[in-house]
Design a protein around this ligand. Structure first.
Ligand SMILES: [Zn+2]
Length: 208
């Protein structure tokens, strides 16, 4: 059940929660960027297998982001919120501050998770990145690696968490880079259903 934990805008985890088995990803896996990425042991081992399998098909897949602490999420959330407040104030100088903040919160929530509501805090979620025309690219919506991930990620226990057209259920717009580890057995079953993880989760809970 551990790998199946549901974290979203209505299911929070304690903002102090930190998984005990975090592993630092190899430099090679994170494209040698200055900031490394951490994942729980099992998804880390499986993403290494995934990466090697992709390499055999000449695709290079990197992890750009893994575990994020509740405190880090808090900082990210505040930064986005402040940016929205500033730009809304500039664009609508006559609107009152209370309304501006309310609007900024709505925009921020659409873009980033609130602390305790990010899957990245579980250590089971990762954002992937690839090189496109030689450039490191975190926007992977238009490249062949995406296709490869679509067909193969589940074999390594990963699922595309925020697919197209499921914003009302998942609470997020399409994120082609965000993958969630749920284990190979469930992931293989999951892709057959065509459900969102939210719906799959309640189905599994009803059955088990
Ligand atoms: Zn993500």
């Amino acid at each position: 059940m551990d790998n199946l934990i549901l974290v979203n805008k209505t299911h929070s985890i304690d903002i102090d929660y930190v998984p005990l088995d975090l592993v630092a990803c190899d430099k090679d896996l994170t494209a040698r960027r200055r900031y490394g990425a951490y994942l729980r042991k099992e998804p880390f081992e499986m993403v290494m297998k995934l990466r090697n399998a992709a390499k055999e098909s000449n695709y290079d897949i990197y992890v750009s982001s893994g575990f994020r602490s509740g405190a880090e999420q808090q900082r990210i959330y505040a930064r986005f919120r402040d940016q929205y407040i500033a730009s809304l104030k500039e664009r609508y100088p006559s609107i009152g501050m209370e309304k501006i903040i309310e609007e900024a919160e709505i925009l921020t929530k659409l873009k980033v998770a609130k602390p305790g509501q990010s899957e990245h805090q579980t250590g089971l979620a990762m954002d992937i990145a690839c090189f496109f025309n030689g450039n490191y690219d975190e926007d992977i919506s238009n490249i062949d690696e995406v296709e490869w991930m679509h067909e193969n990620a589940h074999k390594y226990g990963f699922i595309l968490r925020y697919p197209k057209g499921s914003e009302e259920i998942t609470g997020y717009r399409f994120e082609p880079w965000h993958y969630r580890y749920i284990g190979e057995e469930y992931a293989t079953d999951f892709v057959k259903t065509g459900l969102t993880f939210e719906d799959y989760h309640s189905k599994i809970l009803r059955l088990e």
